[in-house]
Design a protein around this ligand. Sequence first.
Ligand SMILES: Cc1ncc(COP(=O)(O)O)c(C=O)c1O
Length: 284
Amino acid sequence: MTTVYLNGDFIAKEAAKLSVDDRGFVFGDGIYEVVRVIEGRIFAWHEHEARMARGLGAVRIPFGPSDVAGLEAVCNRLVADNNLRSGEATVYLQVTRGAAPRTHYFPPAGTPPTVYAATSKFTPSADMREKGIKAITFPDFRWARCDLKTVNLMGAVLARQAAHEYGAYEALLIRDGMLTEGAATNAFAVIDGVVRTYPLSNYILPGVSRMYAVESARAIGVTVSEDPVTEAEMRGAAELFIAGTTTDVAPIVSLDGTPVGDGTPGPVTRRVQKEFLKRLYGGG
Ligand SMILES: Cc1ncc(COP(=O)(O)O)c(C=O)c1O
């Protein structure tokens, strides 16, 4: 039996029911997180917690930082109850503005947010890590608050579907001629030995893995520049890679069907990946 958490209760997944008036369902009016669990230990909880609290505050869902802090214990209990203390797992967390008759403006004060969490077993892909992934490019027509992890993911859904139909793992998004990020990962290019990635702004999600990838690169003496990569630079880059909670650092070996570099994971990517994995499996 899979146990999930819904509004204060730990219950069987089949028993978890939501109102059709839930604003997460009707408007995509909610914020979510995905955390990685390794041998029962949540990786980078405080970074995920801070991002979630910031997001909820930015969209004015009344679920404050201390409420978000309380979700750590929820995650730990779900991991234990679902026998996921060994091996790897992910926990999905979602808080919506709650259920109320449909109005675009906020529901009456006092409407309780809907709080949901669920965990599943996770097996990292050795192939993705070792052999790398294929990517396509796709227009970044998402809204202008990509820094918020809202459950409204239409841009990412359409981009990932285009990648899927192409036989690729990720879609690299292009806005105003620049590579912003992947549909569900942050994106990096290695150009003249420098790791380049889009600066933190309203146009990308401040990825936790992005932060660890940047830190890993700097720790091994690789220069990182948060200077946007143009589409032309991206197509000519020696190496490309992505980073995300369920992706780790993954090399991109082909883009729109054209090999990246020599079509195998590049040396800088490999070194950054090695350092990143040390952090992931060693603590964090
Ligand atoms: C748009 C987008 N960018 C980047 C990421 C990577 O973020 P993180 O490393 O925190 O998982 C995600 C994760 O889902 C994402 O959806």
